[in-house]
Design a protein around this ligand. Structure first.
Ligand SMILES: C[S@@+](CC[C@H](N)C(=O)[O-])C[C@H]1O[C@@H](n2cnc3c(N)ncnc32)[C@H](O)[C@@H]1O
Length: 258
């Protein structure tokens, strides 16, 4: 298998593959296991099997399609339930999406995946509506939601790290996600950094600690309403870092050009 342009293939410890992005200088998953991490943080972290068992259908949003591990693992986990779900994902790299489609030509959902416009891939089967918006998520998601208002039951926040991919971890980004979340939604992410926890709280999310995976000591789960875990609150009170905001990103950019 050849990697897509500007990426390197990496074998992770559970035998699944991830990609290292030369542009972002980061791998899409933990080297401790791409698939295992996806199951822990997203399938279990967002309780998608339980949610689909309890409802007629559910709606999932993924931030960062990458090499599709999130979608493929979700499909594998939800297919046995025989109920329909929708999966909306966001990806800026068109070449990566074209590579993904080439790799999974025999897959019942991916073989139907087609460009329906210059910035949107869609596949519709009895079990899933898969839609991938191609372009900067910060522009594409709000535009799409204006035309297709909906609320998400589960949100997989799986951008590259806040240091490498800061625009997808700001208070403004999390506010958009909060406005688009169902009342009982779960947002889950591998990150436990104080700055992103502050961004989440500043945009209305209530936080709890998620499982640890690989070398990371914790992760984060968020609900649109409710109480934040007191341990997280006291950790954030002690931490000197600020929430990530669009304004302080501009400030960082300005300073780095001086
Ligand atoms: C950590 S990887 C996602 C891994 C993926 N969930 C999977 O399971 O394979 C993050 C992805 O976000 C994409 N990305 C980065 N910035 C973006 C942006 N502003 N808008 C949309 N996608 C972006 C990257 O190209 C990369 O593929």
């Amino acid at each position: 298998m050849n990697p897509p342009p500007h990426h390197l293939l990496r074998l992770t410890e559970d035998g699944s593959i991830t990609l290292f992005s030369e542009q972002f200088q980061e791998a899409c998953h933990s080297m401790a296991g791409a698939k295992a991490e996806t199951i822990l943080h997203y399938i279990q972290g967002c309780e998608v099997v339980k949610k689909l068992n309890a409802k007629e259908s559910i709606s999932i949003l993924e931030v960062g399609f990458g090499l599709g591990v999130g979608f493929l693992t979700t499909y594998e986990s939800l297919r046995p339930l025989g109920k329909k779900f929708s999966f909306l994902s966001l990806e800026i790299d068109r070449e990566l999406l074209n590579w993904f489609m080439e790799q999974h030509q025999g897959h019942p959902v991916i073989e139907k995946l087609k460009w329906v416009s210059s910035d949107r891939l869609e596949s519709h089967t009895d079990l899933v509506d898969l839609i991938i918006l191609c372009g900067d998520a910060r522009d594409k998601l709000p535009t799409y939601l204006k035309e297709h208002p909906q609320s998400f039951d589960a949100i997989y926040q799986d951008a590259f790290s806040p240091k490498k991919n800061p625009t997808l971890w700001t208070k403004q980004w999390f506010k958009l996600l909060h406005e688009s979340a169902a009342l009982d939604a779960t947002l889950s992410t591998y990150s436990s950094s104080s700055s992103i926890r502050k961004s989440l709280m500043a945009s209305g999310w209530s936080l709890s600690k998620g499982e640890r995976f690989g070398p990371k000591r914790s992760s984060t789960r968020a609900q649109p309403f409710g109480e934040t875990d007191p341990e997280i609150l006291s950790q954030l009170e002690r931490s000197p870092v600020d929430a990530l905001c669009d304004d302080n990103l501009l400030e960082t950019k300005r300073l780095s050009t001086l």
